[in-house]
Design a binder for this molecule. Sequence first.
Ligand code: SAM
Ligand code: SF4
Length: 334
Amino acid sequence: MEDRFGHHINYLRVSITDRCNERCQYCMPVETQEWLPREEVLSYEEILRTIRVGAGMGISKLRITGGEPLTRRNVLWFFEQLNRIERINDVGISTNGTLLGQMTPEGITTAQALKNAGVRTVNVSLDTLDRKTYAETTGRDIFPRAIEGIDAAREAGFEKIKINTVLMRHRNEHELWDLIEFARKRDLLLRFIELMPVSTTHVLTEENFLPAGEAKKLIEFRLGELAPRPDFRTNGPSSYYELPETGQLIGFIGAMTNLHFCETCNKLRLTSEGKLRPCLGSHLEFDMREVLRNLEMDDNDVAKFFLEVVERKPEQHEFRESYKPGRKMIAIGG
Ligand code: SAM
Ligand code: SF4
């Protein structure tokens, strides 16, 4: 599938739940969170059907996200089904990591079960190495479980484990070096992400926002000049740089400050309640659930729907201009 601006779409990011076991300040900080009623969330069968049709239209890469995807019941069964879909050759998961170390009834870790189900890459969110800062940021004092989860993922032997760190001034700007060292020692690919206006709270303020460029300078000040590595690409919009001496690669995801951010976008997003979104940073969304639940519509209609949404994909996101945080990241599947 290709849109009006030449974006070649082969990647679907699927949020399978709006629920989470953490309460990150920039995502869903409210303790008395209102979850979607169960019937509004797509069933696994509905999600799998959407993906099957998408695979027939050129989708070959999937990332399963949430909320926290590992909080959804029978999630390992769901991952096993994904691996059976023809033409899907790259399945990844985005997780806060805290459940990766949990044992399954088979006596293996959840990370190992995901690996066995065919998951290739794991992205784990980790903003800090300090237990107190972790508890403040995520609303949960479970830092050791996040580290245990990362270790479980390493033991499971995934092709790639990435660490996603949201940049926050006064919160983790003094830890960037420690995070780099943490990633180097464990052979993890670290990416620094700029805060985006995707939460219901007003966390994206001048005071909290730490631009990727500034983080890069802070790192260079201590560790030497970073050499751009435009040849190194993952599936996403990250720009990678190489550290002198160690050769370690570090990614920066600068949705707010990188003006070329959208040029290589290859994504669509499916929200947990079945909205197909052509762009994370735009209000546009289209109700796939209606099509899926309409008994008079078949897979051809689902396919047509994909094409219509791709046709409406904007040239670039609207974060910088007019984005009003109307929706939470958790429902969209960041
Ligand atoms: N629960 C999983 C996790 O935390 O990785 C998956 C869902 S989470 C919404 C996906 C990613 O979005 C995480 O890396 C998180 O840090 C990021 N995220 C959430 N809110 C954000 C915001 N306001 N700005 C930038 N990134 C954000
Ligand atoms: Fe949960 Fe991930 Fe959002 Fe944090 S960023 S509240 S872990 S969904």
